[in-house]
Design a protein. Structure first.
Length: 710
């Protein structure tokens, strides 16, 4: 008798996943109320180690809400309490060192609260070991090396919600975010070898971010850590782990997440069910379009959020999603595709989950979005379970899918199963169950208007790979001190525009304001020509450098004090003196001490700066990607030749100092004599400086970087 050969596994290590590992228990936590409750249970049972890897973290996040629970109940105080009361317990928290665009949504002084003001066995670090425009997007929590959560949840604000998604739920209330909208997300929970594999990813991230190699703790008791209220969905299953990681610091890129999407879409025979925060990947859209145009196309259901909120989301999700949805509709000759968003009493539920189910035989949960970033630019981590021919696993995956649809449609999983059987498929079942308080609404594919088109067409918010602009410069600049290029340019622009506007309005200031300000102006002018003024200016620049104060403000003040030409000379001498002092300090301290002092990746900076020498220093001065003092310290610690350092600094800073000196003198001229002529000259000079800085950054940004292979 001929026996059919077993179907090969979809997960292939080295192709679409990193490795496979056995999970003794596999569960799924849906929505924040259950996740934070399960997380707190596991943390309270921890004996040896807690490892948290995330995109965002807020120490004030309340875990259990609406019921009696033990104290502390906020994640930061809880972690601190646990390590203080358990001598053998160590906790490590590694969070993305986010771009300034997210600053208003992040906890203020989180680093101080979690690292400086907590027990020494609670370690908190910010991770920026990635290219420009990238982010660390993995969300992993591992407890005692034996239980792990992985998926879409960060432990932060605006994440908690019940599965009912009650409108105006008073428990959806976080510091600075009162009454935020309903929120939906998913985490997988694994124990055993799969948890240890996820811990390995976390420890590798910690090593790359800090240079420190964490010890591997002895595994704990999975039964004690598993939340008793959380059902075990499957037992003793193989879990494939897929990652995205951009090329960085000599490590090649990893695109397992992308390939796994490709293979899962190709493998579908009956249906594809996806929940995701975004639908903005052209690659994924083309794969779905190919399936829709084929005669054997499966049913495809995508659950997305409704209306994007922020400008970035409208540009990365709103415009692109509308365009891709129309592209898929054109390919969908058989009516096999539906894109929905969940709604409760007319209020949208923000979908943040990243889940994919194919034919009830493939289950995928992770951090990756259906956008370009997740396929090649950000770090991601997804897990996959295959049923193969095991009916128990197939039944478990089907039960999860029915449970999720029941949540979205305001019914029960049994009702969804009956509707699916009666209607002959998932699409018919959804249509027959729509129209309740909880429902799925077809997505409107109209595009947002306005500036979001410019952002979307540029590709900047959602690039597929690390930005090509001066890749080696990105590797050269100091990590934790680096800030987004656009933020620094716009910051200087805002400063200059504000000063110019203020000076221009001085002409119409009331007498009471003149009476206060004019004595200061006269006092400043009286200092001109005084003995010792040069030493005072030099001392001011040295102090500003040590305090990491903005050099531009010191130059403006010097020009206002001494006039444009003397101000330029004094500012250049002051800047170079400050640079030389910090260079010498960095050289004296050495890479090891500077690393401990500032937390920078000095070894990486050393390799890049010594390789490119004066050119690296010059471009670091022209491109405002790092603070002036930071570059000086790291250059000294990185053994850049002093001659190269001086020449690169002079050439790089002289044009800017000259321009700022002229502006400083014109500012004082307007304060002394606020005539139309002086104001016009000031406005014109400010416009020239702002235009020049954008031209310089734009010109350098278009320069093609050396290939990574060089």
């Amino acid at each position: 008798m001929n026996v059919a050969a077993p179907k090969p596994r979809l997960a292939q290590p080295g192709r679409n996943c990193w490795r496979t590992a056995r999970a003794d228990h596999f569960g799924v936590v849906v929505d924040g109320a259950d996740y934070f409750r399960a997380l707190k249970h596991a943390l309270l049972a921890a004996k040896r180690s807690i490892l948290i890897i995330g995109w965002e973290f807020d120490s004030r996040t309340t875990l259990v809400r609406g019921e009696l629970t033990s104290k502390p109940n906020e994640i930061g105080p809880l972690l601190d309490h646990l390590v203080r009361t358990r001598p053998g317990l160590r906790a490590h928290v590694l969070i993305w060192d986010s771009a300034m665009i997210y600053a208003f949504n992040r906890e203020f002084a989180g680093m101080v609260k979690m690292d400086w003001l907590t027990h020494r066995r609670l370690r908190f670090k910010l991770d920026d070991s990635h290219p420009i425009a990238s982010s660390q997007h993995q969300k992993i929590v591992v407890v005692d090396e034996v239980l792990a959560f992985v998926g879409g949840f960060d432990i932060t604000s605006q994440r908690w919600d019940s599965r009912d998604h009650v409108p105006l739920d008073p428990h959806r209330n976080d510091p600075a975010f009162t009454d935020y909208p309903p929120f939906h997300d998913i985490m997988a929970v694994v124990t055993g070898e799969a948890a240890r594999a996820l811990a390995e990813i976390g420890r590798d991230r910690w090593r790359r971010a800090s240079g420190e190699v964490l010890k591997v703790p002895r595994p704990g008791d999975a039964e004690a850590l598993w939340p008793p209220f959380l059902p075990v969905l499957m037992r003793r299953v193989e879990v494939a782990i897929a990652r995205t990681s951009p090329a960085w610091d000599g490590v090649p890129p990893v695109r397992e997440v992308e390939q796994l999407y490709v293979d899962m879409i190709a493998a579908a025979r009956r249906f594809i069910y996806m929940e995701n925060q975004y639908f903005a990947s052209r690659r994924i859209a083309e794969l779905l379009a190919d399936r829709l145009s084929s005669p054997d196309c499966p049913e495809i259901v995508l659950i997305n959020p409704g209306e994007p909120v922020s400008l970035v989301e409208r540009s990365t999700m709103g415009v692109t999603r509308a365009r891709l949805a129309r592209r898929l509709a054109q390919a969908d000759g058989g009516g096999r595709l539906r894109i929905y968003y969940p709604s409760v009493d007319g209020d949208d539920v923000k979908v943040h989950s990243k889940l994919m189910i194919v034919d009830d035989v493939l289950l995928r949960i992770g951090s990756s979005n259906l956008n370009n970033r997740s396929l090649g630019l950000d770090t991601e981590c997804d897990v996959l379970v295959e049923a193969e021919s095991d009916p128990a696993i197939t039944g478990a995956i089907r039960a999860l899918r029915h449970d999720l649809l029941a949540e979205h449609l305001g019914t029960t999983a049994d009702e969804v199963a009956r509707a699916e059987a009666e209607q002959g498929g998932m699409l018919g079942a959804i249509q027959s169950l729509q129209g309740r308080r909880h429902t799925l609404v077809p997505l409107d594919d109209r595009e947002p208007s306005g500036i979001v088109h410019i952002l979307d067409d540029s590709g900047l918010p959602d690039p597929e790979e690390p930005v090509e602009t001066l890749v080696w410069l990105d590797r050269a600049m100091p990590g934790p001190a680096r800030r987004g290029l656009a933020v620094r340019v716009w910051g200087l622009t805002l400063l200059l525009a504000t000063l110019t506007l203020g000076a221009a309005l001085w002409r119409w200031a009331p007498f009471s304001v003149w009476a206060v300000v004019w004595p200061w102006v006269q006092g400043l002018l009286s200092l001109r020509g005084q003995s010792g003024i040069t030493l005072a200016v030099m001392g001011g620049f040295l102090l500003a450098g040590l305090l990491r104060a903005p050099v531009s403000l010191a130059v403006l003040a010097t020009a206002a004090l001494l006039g444009p030409w003397l101000g330029f000379v004094h500012s250049l001498l002051g800047v170079m003196s400050s640079a030389a002092l910090l260079y010498g300090l960095g050289h004296a301290l050495g890479r090891a001490r500077v690393r401990r002092l500032a937390g920078w990746k000095v070894n990486r900076v050393h390799r890049a700066l010594t390789r490119h020498g004066m050119l690296a220093i010059l471009l670091l001065r022209l491109m405002p990607v790092a603070g002036f003092s930071v570059i000086n310290l790291v250059a000294g610690a990185s053994a850049v030749g002093f001659r190269d350092f001086v020449l690169g600094t002079i050439i790089g800073v002289a044009p800017g100092i000259l321009a700022m000196s002229v502006l400083g003198d014109r500012l004082l001229a307007v304060l002394r004599t606020p005539s139309v002529e002086n104001i016009s000259v000031l406005v014109f000079a400010t416009a020239l400086v702002i235009t020049a800085q954008f031209l310089v950054v734009g010109r350098l940004g278009r320069a093609r970087a050396p290939s990574p292979g060089r």
